[in-house]
Design a protein around this ligand. Sequence first.
Ligand SMILES: *[C@@H]1O[C@H](CO)[C@@H](O)[C@H](O)[C@H]1NC(C)=O
Ligand SMILES: *[C@@H]1O[C@H](CO)[C@@H](O)[C@H](O)[C@H]1NC(C)=O
Length: 313
Amino acid sequence: MRQFMLGFVFASIAVVVFTMYQNVFYYVYECCRPGWISFNRTGLEVALDQKLFGQHVASRVIQKAVTGFMNNKNPKKPLVLSLHGWTGTGKNLVSQLIAENIYKEGMASSFVHQFVTSTHFLHSSQLENYKSQLQQWIKGNVTNCPRSMFIFDEMDKMHPGLIDCIKPYLDYYENLDGVSYRQAIFIFLSNAGGEHITQVALDFWKAGRDREEMELQHLEPALSLSVFNNKQSGLWHTSLVDKNLVDFFVPFLPLEYRHVLLCGMAEMSAKGLEPNQDVVDQMARDLVYFPKSEKIFSVKGCKTIGGKLDYYT
Ligand SMILES: *[C@@H]1O[C@H](CO)[C@@H](O)[C@H](O)[C@H]1NC(C)=O
Ligand SMILES: *[C@@H]1O[C@H](CO)[C@@H](O)[C@H](O)[C@H]1NC(C)=O
């Protein structure tokens, strides 16, 4: 009897110690649990408001799309966002802000996976390798954690065959080989549509209309034009669009001088410097703007501003 009691006590202690250890483990090491993965709606709202400049349309669509998806207990398919626009307009930033407000570790989370076409899938001779590797990765990672996020940068440069191989994961299947992809998030970034979006913004400007009056409906024709009719980038889109696999097409507007100023001021704060209007002004004035005659939009948006500021300060 006594031995039995002793055994029982030891077993209980072992369970308690193990549970504590496990909790400490979960606390210290990132794992697929609510402590590490939970959506902060206000956080995303604040971040979009304070860090993304000149993108009132994109900002609204992103907030709505991500909030809707994250609050849905039983989504019928993974969330698929396609971000379009000129370079430096905030597409990467938005992916980062979404990641930061879902994963405690943000972009550094082991559940966030980023692929850049020109780095990861450079050689078309390797296509078959890339395909099986990518499929394995998506499957493996979603098996580990259903709430995984995949970001594909330079989507317009991606080989159509590679896009075809990820299509099944974006679809409405309850599961594929026993794995459900419905909690996952896929974000595609591309410059496709940038020219058309810019044209709309320019027409607004020329008509003397306020940029903030621009709505998604003004930009949708531009997006679908480039999606369906652009020979270079249309291909991948058509196959995704035909099956309605993309939930939201998000347009990013070209940035004006005043937005570059805002980016510059934010960048200085982020670097721990005292934001200095004169310095930022100088930097913004030296950037290149287009079209040639009107010089309204920054050619590189807010890209490379970080490095430039180092030079001016
Ligand atoms: C969510 O984000 C807001 C705004 O950034 C922040 O104040 C708040 O602490 C965050 N909540 C959680 C649970 O992290
Ligand atoms: C998850 O994806 C990464 C690439 O981001 C890859 O290196 C890793 O092997 C994948 N994990 C699994 C279990 O497939």
